[in-house]
Design a protein around this ligand. Structure first.
Ligand code: NAD
Ligand code: GLY
Length: 359
């Protein structure tokens, strides 16, 4: 088992990565209460709930099982968690375990951030995407019909427990969507990792366990370093949003759940790469190299045909990075080096989106 640390002073916490971790008793040292609630969904419950429950025999455990899907990542479903906790008389010292992908992690984390002004929680991520990104860093929240992840809170977990074995039941489409976030780390700050990914993507797609373990660990190292430097995203943390300004617009514009998050941001990263080329940072060959790695992963890089540049721009005007109404986007100075968010004229965005679509 590998152990990393998100260094945040008194709110520091470990990320455990390994096989069969649900069988190692990692939970006890991070649970200070008798009451434990597990938040999961209808897909994960039959697969992994019993395994986790076995580790929690010493506690009073209740489970809330939510419907599965990005379109249920709403305030209304977080409210069902609150109602459940109140009905079951959960106290302020209770611990919430979020067992699932990024949707469950974001919603469970947000419920933990708000319930009685904040209770402890543990992330038990079960998708690749959640293992390499969403479970680390304390961003929690839900979607709004007008914008992705627009309602939320920063709330750090007590621990992140990544059992790589659970990826065996993940389907290929979800695996590829998770690899999109893995590639992101290479693009924004880790050229050596990007080159490794170019050479090893097939191994990841074939679920080679050593390759997956390496990619998860390297992604978590990158994420933990950034979060430790800038927990509340006042600066450098924004680079983790590379491709997301475009990608979130696709998710919202097409209807939550139509494009998986990883699929939408893969297209978004290619669009942001084209913008970086237009701004004179990347070459055409760089943009092609970026598109190639996503295509090799089996991700579609063609933007949704029925979404106009105007619609993107309207949706991009609702983004947490924007300041004073300016749309701010993360670009790449080079493959492996992202720059801080920069305000981009609407006319340039429209031009990039139209030429991307025409490609
Ligand atoms: P998801 O949570 O919807 O999971 C994808 C699907 O896989 C679901 O149907 C889920 O039930 C299923 N699943 C999960 N684990 C499985 C397993 N082991 N075996 C079989 N099926 C399994 O999607 P996701 O890609 O994990 O997360 C996407 C969400 O994460 C988005 O809402 C996105 O906004 C959010 N996100 C948050 C952050 C953050 O920093 N908080 C970062 C990136 C993404
Ligand atoms: N996934 C973006 C962040 O954690 O900041």
């Amino acid at each position: 088992m590998k152990q990393l640390q998100v260094a945040l002073g008194s709110r520091s916490y470990p990320i455990y990565i390994g096989e069969n971790l649900f069988k190692d008793n990692l939970f006890e040292q991070h649970i200070k209460s008798k009451q434990v609630v597990i938040v999961t969904n209808t897909t994960i419950e039959p697969l992994y709930l019993a395994l986790v429950m076995q580790q929690l025999e010493a506690y009073q455990v209740e489970t809330i099982v939510l419907p599965d899907g990005e379109n249920y990542k709403t305030l209304a479903y977080v409210e069902t968690i609150f109602t459940f906790l109140l009905e079951k008389k959960f106290s302020r010292n209770a611990t919430l375990c979020a067992l699932g992908g990024g949707v469950i992690g974001d919603m469970g984390g947000f419920a933990a951030a708000c319930y009685q002004r904040g209770i402890a929680f543990i992330q038990i991520p079960t998708t690749l995407l959640a293992q390499v990104d969403s479970s680390v860093g304390g961003k929690t929240g839900v979607n709004h019909i007008l914008g992705k992840n627009m309602i939320g809170a920063f709330h750090q977990p007590q621990a992140v427990i990544i059992d790589t074995q659970v990826l065996a039941s993940l389907d290929d489409r979800q695996l590829a969507a998770g690899i999109a976030e893995v590639i992101k780390y290479g693009l924004i700050r880790d050229i050596e990792f990007f080159i490794w990914l170019e050479n090893n993507i097939e191994k990841l797609l074939l679920r080679d366990s050593a390759a997956l373990a390496f990619a998860i660990e390297r992604s978590c190292i990158n994420k933990a370093e950034i979060v430790s430097q800038d927990e509340m995203e006042t600066g450098i943390r924004a680079i983790l949003n590379f491709g997301h300004t475009f990608g979130h617009a696709i998710e919202t514009g097409m209807g939550y759940g139509k494009y998986l998050h990883g699929e939408a941001i893969a297209i978004g990263m290619c669009q942001a790469a084209l913008l970086s080329q237009q701004l004179g940072y990347l070459t055409a060959a760089d943009v092609l190299r970026i598109k190639n790695i996503f295509e090799k992963t089996g991700l579609c890089v063609t933007a949704p045909k029925d979404m106009s540049a105007q619609t993107y721009v309207e949706l991009m005007s609702v983004d947490k990075k924007n300041i004073n109404g300016d749309i701010r986007v993360i670009c790449l100075h080079a493959i492996g080096t992202a720059c801080l968010p920069m305000a981009v004229e609407t006319s340039l965005l429209m031009q990039v989106l139209n030429s991307y679509n025409a490609d």
